[in-house]
Design a protein around this ligand. Structure first.
Ligand code: PLP
Length: 392
């Protein structure tokens, strides 16, 4: 028997995250001395603000270095429930909130405790890379609902509803969206609420991790905030990684129906246990000073997203509708250009440019370009992209 025979069926099907792989490849080429310009980052280029670091350092010095409750620090759960009430109009309590190792574990927990093998999950496409992988790991079935660059990736709600079967258990929403940057508007969310009222067996996972990273003239809406009657069927995933530049701290949360949250806590108590005790103290400082403590980062992403968008629109053979959230652009490749994987391979080999192929997000005719780098790197990356396309 070889080792591969010993690996479980579901682990055999598990592939590492393509986005993390490409960022790591770009970094290792750079370390080898290659001239690499990377617009592949999926994380803030800011350091965590000092007031957050100070709170965590204080906690370490005060000896907050022991096991904590698996569901999370009660003060943090309380602060998140308060934020959800005051910012998102969601009447909830700390009992409905679980603290997780990043938003990723919140998604993993929910899918593990909600889905049975064979359940179907509707995932609008393009999607964040981990949704289908985590769904498949639970032996559930991702069903993709396509949206298109020409319509700015607007979700066709009729198409979403047409894909509902008696096996559909979950719909995953992500606004603002990684990779497209699109923000769902109130009208769309109201239509989704209507769909849920017609199909009472369906739950929603609403990933709002980029909530604060939006242009000043945009507004973020939470589905359970605008449709309080659905509060027990909508789960919010959120976290501290993006808006507070805390990717390495691994603090996120899941909010929703208390019975399901209790099971998610049981799962975490049997797997990773509590999130790092003093990291949670940093998160308390973060959430209590928001968004004023992070305004400068939000403004900076908005400026850089605008610049990136304008520059991409000037490149022949790329198409882009302006979007106003997260820190990415997701332009499409005109038909004369190769598919995304081939295109990104050429970008790295010929120009030393690291960008993420859209295939990682379910669209092989788009590429994801991050603006979470300095303006000089954005300009350099745009130049290399232009050169690549001109010379193809
Ligand atoms: C849409 C989306 N959801 C969730 C996550 C997970 O974030 P975390 O680092 O908190 O696990 C990411 C990270 O890239 C993301 O882009």
């Amino acid at each position: 028997m070889n080792n591969t025979d010993s690996i479980s069926q579901r682990a055999l099907e598990l592939k590492p995250s393509l986005t993390l792989e490409i960022s790591a490849l770009a970094q290792s080429l750079k370390n080898q001395g290659k001239d690499i310009c990377s617009l592949s980052a999926g994380e803030p280029d800011f350091d965590t603000p000092d007031f957050i670091k100070d709170a965590a350092i204080r906690a370490i010095k005060e000896g907050q270095t022991k096991y904590g409750p698996a569901g999370g620090d009660p003060e943090l759960r309380e602060a998140i429930a308060y934020k959800l009430k005051t910012v998102n109009n969601i009447l909830t309590t700390s009992e409905n909130v679980q603290i997780t190792n990043g938003g990723k574990q919140a998604i993993f927990n929910l899918i593990q405790v909600l889905l049975n093998p064979g359940d179907e999950v509707l995932i609008p496409c393009p999607y964040w890379v981990s949704y289908p992988a985590i769904t498949r790991f639970a032996n559930a079935i991702p069903i993709f609902v396509d949206s298109y660059p020409e319509t700015g990736f607007e979700l066709d709600i009729n198409k979403l509803e047409q894909n509902i079967t008696n096996k559909t258990k979950l719909i995953i929403l992500n606004s603002p969206c990684n990779p497209s940057g699109r923000i769902m508007n109130l009208e769309e969310l109201n239509k989704i609420a209507e769909v849920l009222r017609r199909h009472k067996h369906i739950y929603v996972l609403s990933d709002e991790i980029y909530e604060f990273l939006i242009s000043p003239n945009e507004k973020h809406y939470s589905l359970s905030g605008i449709a309080p009657d659905l509060i027990d069927r909508v789960f919010i995933v959120n976290g501290f990684a993006k808006a507070w530049a805390m990717t390495g701290w691994r603090v996120g949360y899941l909010q929703g129906n208390v019975e399901i949250i209790k099971k998610a806590i049981a799962l975490q108590s049997q797997s990773t246990s509590n999130v790092c005790t003093f990291a949670q103290k940093g998160a308390i400082a973060a959430i209590k000073n928001s968004p004023k403590g992070i305004d400068f980062m939000i403004n900076s992403y908005n400026e850089r997203r605008n610049k990136l968008t304008v520059a991409i629109k000037d490149i022949k053979n790329l198409q882009l509708e302006s979007q106003h959230g997260a820190f990415y652009a997701f332009p499409s490749l005109n038909k004369d250009l190769p598919d995304s994987l081939e295109f990104c391979k050429m970008a790295l080999e010929r120009e030393g440019l690291a960008i993420i192929p859209g295939i990682a997000f379910g669209n092989d005719r788009c590429i994801r370009i991050s603006c979470s780098v300095s303006e000089e790197i954005i300009n350099e990356g745009i130049q290399r992209l232009t050169n690549l396309i001109q010379n193809l």
